[in-house]
Design a protein. Structure first.
Ligand SMILES: [Mn+2]
Length: 260
């Protein structure tokens, strides 16, 4: 143990009006306020918001406590790294300039206490359909983003909330859907991680961590290393904590020994 802690969380989908969504924001902000003092970094692996769109001078209402909690964590000296997901593609400079979190749109390798972590939201690793890839390219296009920002928020947010509903992975957890997700992850995402492990230059990756699929899983790669899939905060409220040695999954509100 190094005495340093690192946390990983994704798919909180704040703003999604499913279940007790006010409690979800309360729990998520309590989780961030409750990070121990020896926390070095908090990795937000995407889809923290169900729909985020910011303008040059305006940000969406509805997330006050979360933004306050993240800003307070930064002010306590915790590094916050925010990977954009498919529901929060449109992060411009608010998080970097106002919250002082670092924002990423591509996978990235971090070296934490001598172990290497390959991190991403998980949605753009593999494109099953060309239509989805096309939409993703449209949404990431700077020119179109600029044009979209000229649309009145009444329409922009109506579109955004429609997109977020349409694009939702948190549909009912039927057995068929679970099986489909499992097959998808085991074929494409595990395959992706294996390929990265085989082809990347440098020391092997110890942990691949992705969100997006709302599918809790932990695999040992044939090529070495582990692939860990984060779940979501709509029901499970899981997160990962790395203590410099072990990486462990915990569930908010069900932690074994709260040290405080
Ligand atoms: Mn996602």
């Amino acid at each position: 143990m190094s005495g340093n802690l690192y946390y990983f969380v994704s798919d909180v989908h704040l703003g999604l009006k499913v279940g007790d969504y006010k409690a979800r924001e309360r729990d998520f902000s309590s989780f961030i306020y409750g990070l121990p003092d020896n926390t070095r970094a908090l990795f937000l692996l995407g889809d923290i918001f169900d729909f985020w769109y910011e303008y040059k001078n305006v940000i969406p209402r509805g997330f006050t406590r979360t933004l306050g909690a993240i800003a307070a964590a930064v002010d306590r000296g915790i590094k916050v790294y925010y990977f954009s997901g498919n529901h929060d593609i449109w992060l411009y400079d608010y998080f970097q300039k106002e919250v002082r979190a670092e924002v990423f749109f591509e996978p990235r390798i971090f070296e934490l206490n001598g172990k290497s972590f390959y991190l991403a939201h998980g949605d753009r690793l593999f494109f099953g359909s060309r239509r989805y890839k096309f939409l993703q390219d449209v949404f990431h296009c700077r020119v179109l983003q600029f044009l979209f920002s000229g649309i009145h928020p009444r329409w922009a947010f109506a579109f955004g909330n429609w997109w977020s509903r349409h694009n939702r992975l948190s549909k009912k957890g039927t057995p068929e859907r679970k099986l489909h997700l499992r097959n998808y992850v085991e074929k494409n995402i595990l395959g992706y991680a294996g390929k990265v492990q085989r082809t990347h230059v440098g020391k092997p990756i110890d942990f691949f961590i992705f969100g997006h699929f709302h599918y809790i899983a932990d695999y040992k790669l044939e090529e070495g290393g582990r692939l860990i899939m984060l779940g979501e905060w709509i029901r499970k409220k899981d997160y990962l904590v790395f203590d410099g040695d072990k990486l462990e999954r915990r569930y908010f509100g069900k932690e074994p020994n709260m040290e405080k």
